[in-house]
Design a binder for this molecule. Sequence first.
Ligand code: FAD
Length: 369
Amino acid sequence: MHKSVKIVGGGIIGLYLARELSRNGIDTELFESKRRVGEGAERASGILSKAGLERLGISPGRSLVNELDGVVVESNGRVMRVRSRNTEAYVLDRGIMAESMAREAVEAGATIHTGRRLSIPELRALADEEANILVGADGAVSSVARGFGFDGIEEHILTYKAEFSGARIRDTRSVGLVFSKDIAYRFFGWIVPYSDSKVEVGVGTSVKGGMNSREAFDRLVRIGMVREYISDAECVGRHASIIPIARRRHTVIGNVMLVGDAAGQTKATTGGGIVFGMSCANVAVESISRHIERGAPLGYYERAWRSRYGLDLRMHDILHTFYSEFDGSFSRIIGMANRLGIDRFFSTYGDMDSPSLMLKRLFFRYIFG
Ligand SMILES: Cc1cc2nc3c(=O)[nH]c(=O)nc-3n(C[C@H](O)[C@H](O)[C@H](O)COP(=O)(O)OP(=O)(O)OC[C@H]3O[C@@H](n4cnc5c(N)ncnc54)[C@H](O)[C@@H]3O)c2cc1C
């Protein structure tokens, strides 16, 4: 029987999946509710690790906004700076990235419908056809998950961010992170320089804390380090959004699969979901190909992404719990880390996406000198 994949959601993960399926010769159709892909992409930042993008074979191209090689962490007045000798991450324009991914997907043979929000009855009708595989790439508040009885996501982060122009940024290659329970619950504030005059300031706070993200933002912009960046600058855009930071217990039911934020495929430490989401989308492509070629069950996807990335995701969970619970003494930890030279450890061995790779590098360095 001729099989066809119907993807719900044309965010970056749905578009990447459409491109990869089509490149593998699989009949693919994608439905996106917005009028054009990439619309509203500015609601989310795009810091992506260089190593992660290289592993995926993606080059930033025209979407490159800035390159980062440093982090400044502040907690209750204490500051730790970590600097690498090389570019560690890119700031990308998410709108341009989505547009070029969509173009490549169409060139590879995918059909993309924009301005089509599928209702739950429409989703069920698509899944009822035996020839279809339905993939929910429809983000944190997934209709596919709701419509097909997938379990919920345990923790979400509410975010609020603003862009400022006319800022005076001395260090354009460092991202700033602010950890304080007085500002945000189980998450943090961030400052991302786009250039020497444009900067994004944002904050996330767990729904579990019952805090409002707009109020968290107002508290964040009152602290010294942030004020320094945005004094005399003009706010040119504000957005509220949501990030899932826990995985769903199931991501396949029958011929229905979930990927990206819809599946909760993000790092609990930072909420970053693009590299992990795309890596899991690659596993979905493998699973769908095996299903079409040999009738292998789609449950392969569930087992394979959890076994390939589960260790790293669990390490992100542990690090997230660590920084959330130790908030009271976070500033003392920064002081101690500075004295022990932990800043140098991260500059040498750090990997934004893969704590397990970081430990492996350390291990090999120890063994092989
Ligand atoms: C403030 C903020 C900052 C972030 N910063 C980073 C970062 O620096 N690095 C990083 O890696 N990640 C970051 N993330 C996380 C990242 O944005 C997500 O992991 C990523 O966008 C997930 O992509 P997605 O395609 O799974 O979902 P989405 O981007 O949410 O896309 C889902 C799409 O589905 C569409 N849709 C929904 N329902 C339907 C329907 N019924 N029918 C048709 N279409 C539908 C929506 O319109 C949407 O376009 C950030 C998130 C936020 C909120």
